[in-house]
Design a protein around this ligand. Structure first.
Ligand code: NAI
Ligand code: F6P
Length: 386
């Protein structure tokens, strides 16, 4: 059995690749970072180090890497003969891997079992986005290709921080992981991924994950950065920040409870587990990594505006989420292109225009005026007229 995995970065090596290896797949990483591809090809094993309570080391073998920028045809050929394709490249990069998957499907023996495709990104229905890209790029050829693949959405959860200089291919991760995968697309033949959790309806899982883990993590990062704190664990040890994070998560839990009929006590346990994970002092995770790409994180269906918009529509509380969005607006990292764009927008546009452009909300939406107020407050801080 063979799996082609796009994105040999943190989650690619530290989670998806690891579980595929444990499932017995021969692993072909595909990446565009030449030094990373070369480093992977110089070793025949790497270690995933779990740090924190209960952590252990696991060795991964049976892998190689291809540079898809330099050798796209080699990747296409591997896809044509693979059982599984996964991605962990970032949701905005899916459109760049789509043509390779499309060409791999075109080359595939139509009598082979369908290729099982799963995008493992922090986004709702990321695999559907990938399928839509492949379909759009295939045009009329799609009808012939559609039957050669099945597409399943997934929710992946494991904190894999940026790796220190000199770590090589080894990866440091937290001990916790969760991988929920839609079962129906596979019929009677799901992939063998030990520890993965196959579910009939992914919506409650992905929303619970994105609107709790990712909302909470990003809230910690943005308040931490604002307070001049460098790491996530240190940010959460500040009682004022911890209270703000808890308040934001109570708002998302209130929405999840009514929307998906989830038990409030289980949601409280889930929140407590997550906050414990964030406090893992052995995990060298920075507010800059977790806060990265604030424009993506503040977009319409993401971890802040997504739940806050639905909560506002239902008349539920949103003030803590809006406060977190206010902190996100202050995220100023000159090495993060989206942070630079956000700060420029705040300086150049009026508050209503920034709110509309960043959040995608209509001006008449019940959340709009509250977000516009924190945008204006940030602009006042910057000394620009809103
Ligand atoms: N790191 C984490 O804790 C988690 C990350 N995720 C998600 O996983 C995805 C990846 O995140 P990380 O691993 O943290 O990022 P990362 O930056 O460590 O890895 C991404 C990798 O994708 C590669 N890449 C970029 N363009 C590519 C292309 N066209 N073809 C092939 N490879 C390409 C990069 O060179 C890099 O090695 C994101 O969607 C993120 O939201 C999800 C859960 C946890
Ligand atoms: O910031 P992104 O790209 O959404 O993804 C990383 C996030 O996902 C997580 O792994 C949570 O599963 C966190 O480590 C981090 O906040």
């Amino acid at each position: 059995m063979k799996a082609v995995h796009f994105g040999a970065g943190n989650i690619g090596r530290g989670f998806v690749g690891l579980l595929l290896h444990q499932g017995g797949y021969e692993l072909v990483f595909s990446d565009v970072a030449a030094p990373l591809v070369d480093a992977i090809n110089t070793v025949d094993r790497y270690t995933v180090h779990e740090v924190g309570e209960g952590g252990r080391d696991t060795v991964v073998t049976g892998f190689r890497a291809l540079n898809s920028a330099e050798h796209p045809d080699a990747v296409i050929e591997e896809i044509a003969g693979a059982n599984v394709v996964t991605t962990a490249v970032g949701p905005t990069v899916l459109k760049f891997v789509a043509p390779l998957i499309m060409s791999g499907l075109a080359l595939r023996d139509p009598s082979s079992p369908p290729l099982q495709i799963m995008a493992c990104e922090n986004a709702i229905n990321a695999t559907d986005l990938l399928r839509d890209e492949i379909k759009a790029q295939a045009g009329e050829a799609w009808d012939a290709l559609a039957g050669r693949a099945v597409f399943a959405n997934t929710a992946v959860d494991r904190i894999v921080p940026a790796q220190p200089e000199g770590a090589g291919v080894d990866v440091t991760v937290e001990p916790f992981f969760e991988w929920a995968i839609e079962r129906p697309p596979f019929g009677d033949d799901p992939p063998t991924i030990p520890g993965a959790h196959f579910v009939d309806d992914l919506a409650p899982y992905i929303e619970r994950k994105l609107f709790t883990v990712n909302t909470g993590h990003a809230t910690t990062a943005y308040f931490g950065a604002q307070a001049g704190i460098d790491t996530i664990a240190a940010a959460l040890s500040d009682p004022a920040i911890a209270a703000r994070v808890s308040a934001a998560l109570e708002e998302t839990s209130a929405l999840l409870a009514v929307k998906h009929d989830l038990d409030p006590t289980s949601l409280a346990d889930y929140r407590a587990t997550i906050l414990r994970r964030f406090r893992n002092a052995a995990l060298p995770d920075t507010v800059w990594r977790v806060g990265r790409q604030p424009l993506r994180k503040l977009s319409r269906h993401e971890r802040f505006v997504g739940p806050a918009a639905e909560a506002a529509e239902r008349g539920l509380a949103v003030d803590a989420l809006v406060a977190a969005m206010g902190a996100a607006l202050a995220f100023d990292d000159t090495e993060d292109a989206q942070s630079v764009d956000l700060q420029r927008m705040l300086r150049e546009q009026d508050a209503a225009s920034v709110t509309a452009a960043v959040t995608g909300l209509e001006p008449q939406h019940p959340l709009f005026a509250k977000v516009e107020a924190v945008v204006a407050a940030r602009q006042a801080e910057l000394g620009v007229a809103g």
